[in-house]
Design a protein around this ligand. Structure first.
Ligand SMILES: [Zn+2]
Length: 261
């Protein structure tokens, strides 16, 4: 027999009068499971549970639920839309994407706080009747991909130049040879350093303010002296970047913004 689970939208009313809507799904399980997804609170409950029992459990967990929901809201950042006028981050500065339709793609140019892209125009659309927002990406997904590829390519090239220069300067400061640099696409870590002394840095860091990039580089350079996160490692890091704790915090806060791209 096939068992269909049904998902219903429910409302939880807290003692404060505040209401939380959630998705309820009954499943063959013994306990109530709660999770916060992109849709908000999702509750997995046993098939046989009284409404008052479920309500009681949710009331008891309301502190956790509210906390998680507000965290989710704080971290929710819209993904970049590859459209004219979109705001991007470059070395901590707010810059604007400027897209001019053309019969062929040209390399992006950074000028006066604008990243100017001259790229293929979507067929059948002239610049005049392309809606200011939502238009580009909805009408022609392939155009959207080609813009994003060009822009990310540009960020990677700039990142390589910028990070290499910083790495050289900071390596000299700590008295080590400039290690080889590789750019990474890692979503979860900003930098790493392996036992061969090679440094990897996420190109997305180029969006961060210079002192944050320096901080990540100093962290990796400190690993050239201490291949661990011991007190000795932090002493090296501190000598190189005294305010590392504040920078670490700042990077954490900034992280969702840097993952827009
Ligand atoms: Zn480390």
């Amino acid at each position: 027999m096939k068992v269909f689970s049904t998902v219903t939208v429910q409302t939880l009313t807290l003692a404060t009068g505040e209401t939380i809507s959630y998705l309820l799904e009954h499943r063959p399980r013994r306990t109530v499971g709660l999770k916060i997804t992109a849709d908000g609170l999702v509750v997995h409950a046993p098939k046989r549970i009284f409404e008052f029992q479920l309500n009681q459990i949710l009331q008891e967990k309301s502190h956790w639920i509210l906390n998680k929901l507000s965290q989710r809201e704080a971290n929710h950042v819209e993904k970049i839309q590859w459209i004219d006028g979109e705001h991007l981050l470059y070395l901590g500065n707010d810059i604007q994407l400027s897209i001019s339709p053309n019969h062929r793609n040209k390399k992006p140019v950074f000028d006066e706080n604008k990243l100017k892209i001259t790229a293929l125009q979507p067929q059948g659309l002239s610049p005049q009747n392309i809606p200011a927002k939502a238009g580009y990406s909805c009408v022609k997904p392939n155009i959207h991909t080609s813009f994003s590829r060009m822009i990310i390519q540009w960020y990677k090239q700039q990142a390589k130049l910028d990070f290499s220069r910083r790495l050289e300067i900071l390596a000299a400061k700590i008295g080590v040879e400039t290690p080889p640099l590789t750019l990474s696409n890692a979503q979860s870590r900003w930098g790493s350093c392996n036992s061969r002394g090679e440094v990897r840095l996420s190109w997305r860091l180029l969006q961060a303010p210079p002192h944050i990039i320096n901080y990540v580089i100093c962290h990796e350079l400190a690993h050239l002296k201490q291949m661990n996160h011991s007190a000795k490692f932090y002493a090296v890091l501190e000598s190189l970047f005294p305010n590392y704790k504040a920078a670490e915090k700042e990077l954490k806060t900034l992280s969702p913004q840097l993952h827009r791209m």
